[in-house]
Design a protein around this ligand. Sequence first.
Ligand code: BGC
Length: 864
Amino acid sequence: MKTLKNYAVQSICRPVVTGLVCALLAGFLAASVAAWAQAPVPDSPEIEAKARAMVAKLSLEQKIELIGGVDSMYTHAIPAIGLPRFKMSDASVGVRTWGPTTAYAGGVALAASWDPELARRIGEGLGKDARARNVNFLLGPGVNIARSPIAGRNFEYLSEDPFLNATIVVPYIQGVQSQGVIATVKHYALNSQEYNRHNVDSEADERTMRELYLPAFEAAVKQGHVDAVMNSYNLINGIHATQNEFLNLKVLKGEWGFQGILMSDWDSTYDSVGAANNGLDLEMPSPRFMNAAGLVDAVKAGTVKEATIDDKVVRLLRTALRYGFMDRPQFDPADSTYSVADRAIALDGALESITLLKNEGGVLPLDPGKIKTIAIIGPNAWPAVTGGGGSSDALAFEPVSTLTGIANVAGPNVHVLYSRGLPEITDVLRRTHWDGGVTVATYAGKDFSGTPETATSPMFGNPGQGRRGQGGTGMPGHVIRYSASYRAVKAGKYLVLTDVGGWGTSVKVSADGKELETPPHAEGQIAPFWTLDLKEGQTVKVQADYVPGWGARFGLGIAYAPELVMGEATELAKIADAVVVAVGFTGETESEGSDRTFELPWGQDALIEAIAAANAHTIVTLTGGVGADTRGWLDKVPALLDVYYPGQEGGTAIADVIFGKHNPEGKLPVSFDRSWEEDPSYAYYYPVKGADTSLHVTEPGKPAVDYVIPHVKYDDKLMVGYRYWTTTGKYPLYPFGFGLSYTKFSFSNLQAPALAQAALLIPNGIAVGFDVTNTGSVAGAEVAQLYVSDPSAKATRPERELKGFQKVRLAPGETKHVTLNLDARAFSYWDEAKHNWTIDPGKFVIRLGDSSENTPLAAELTIK
Ligand code: BGC
């Protein structure tokens, strides 16, 4: 077998020396090989000196070359100083460079596990997968706050709570970096929506930023010692992230002491001098602004100091030296490309995250001895839905679908029936009969003006192309207007359906000249659909204005709503002992680059209702980045499992939970709303109307471009998720931290000091102890959650905030004592006047429970 040691010896020996020398070298490497796969060494005066000596050998032009990426996913090489190029790869759920990989339960699913040790194992797994693919930088994790359920990248991020995010992200980063791979925490900062993501300005006050949107980044830097940070696309308080002095220089590099590499998101840089002077170290994927044309004269004129450029290069070199990138191959054959060990981690991730939200009458777990026939129905039943869309989309080796997982776990004695339940969108499009065909008018330019090129076609658009960003319909710089007539054969409700995808794509649809609106807001959302009420024989003129984006696709069709659900599905449901309806989002309906609907994708509400009417034992599994409109069907089904995006082993984990081989233990990392309108961010999500400003951008060597900047005011401030629900006394559908189990737990014996001195809380904090007991009859895991309230605070504070938690595994009847530490930060808020964290002395309440709404134990504490 080819061992790491042999590989290393051969790769050095082959071209250089032979025989005895190689044997000596092998001996030496045997002693040092362990260090190769290990974590980076800390910075030292030697490393600093070496990095500076390398920089001293470079011309200004060479240095500038090093602060821009190349070939989309690499840093620049300068062979003259022995510097190779370094490879990057996305990220959140698997190492997708390019080809199959292990796809883990990433992002929001990982947060739903509430298990920092799992985060560490997934981080290590990703690190090993990266080494096996020669990757130096992993472009994750993403830690932005899940502020709104429609935000397109929630599934890649973690949760609505900064403490949970911080607690998960630290071991994750340590796990990745322990394998000799740089983790890149992203997207810094306030990137909590995909709506117009390149131009949108996220406006928040400093306290909101410090208390909600920055702590996970702070923990990543100060505790996780992350070595790379990625700026976001959006502007923050009027300034793009990549040139935001406050975020990059004052906070990240100043207060937090970040010594690593601050890179841009892909094409998120807007100014050469602005970026260079305000902290950006590396422009990705290519130097459009931080290049010689943009910076050489600026350095000569003194508007950018050469020392500023040197610092960026030193950061790259220092990090590379600390990781040993110049001394060892990054490709590590000790790590397998296909790893059985990583498959096991992926399974644990899915098992730990799947969250049981409803289980009326104890319908779950199903008894495989009693179930003779089970029907698996729905668009998400097969094939497996492992992750959302966009740059995190990792192609899993052998993804296990819900259908195959259930069939495997149920075993040969259970009869398994399957129906998709709804047609594929492409079937609907193909079957839509447009009277006289579709007129296609292609316009050069964005505003549908001028004389178009026209043609006719039997179909709207070029559907099915460009899935998951792989090319597609439309010509760059062109927009397309489709128009046609549709005649209703029957009276009733019709759904107007789109197949829209790709980043930066948009579509407006009108019927008889009236623009259709998806309720309640639909700007920038992926795959919207509309309803029309038509009379028998009525003809409606439909027009779609389509603006293609990158990897775009488009199709439009009409379906008669009462006939959408496939008859075979309800027939199967009738004869089965139980039904699993697998619904929710996929990479095509929830993806980077767009927001998503709060409503489930078209037809799914009707499908659940039809199946629930046919079978009383209907279990719904919901895929997605948390939250969907369940109002049409939730009271009609006895069981609901939120499976998030469970990664490649999702189907097995879902089956294990359904058949009780695994007791569900996931807890909601995001409050689950009843409706989008009741979400606290609803009123503040879209830009303030009429407040757009214009941004003049000059890319060196190109004509200037004016961008329209919409301004989103984060006036929900700290009232995000459970902070809002607990402060207002209102109740979401399912609260943050909630998740059912097949057993019961109780909390007792809460012990906390009654008095503490504020100064003494730094740095050691106080210990809070309690007991957790499994009072039921099966083994299970509970997440004990500690919330802190500050009722005597002079400042307005959320009613409670999560400041500690612990997952506890217990056998039936078993009790475990848990001690959690609350440090000074647990009691502090950001004082805007002092620009610092402050403890307001007085009364505090520590609450212990199993969700943000259910905290049966409380202890009072006075801080002097
Ligand atoms: C995404 C990043 C990603 C990068 C490289 C961007 O579009 O926003 O999260 O790391 O592409 O793929």
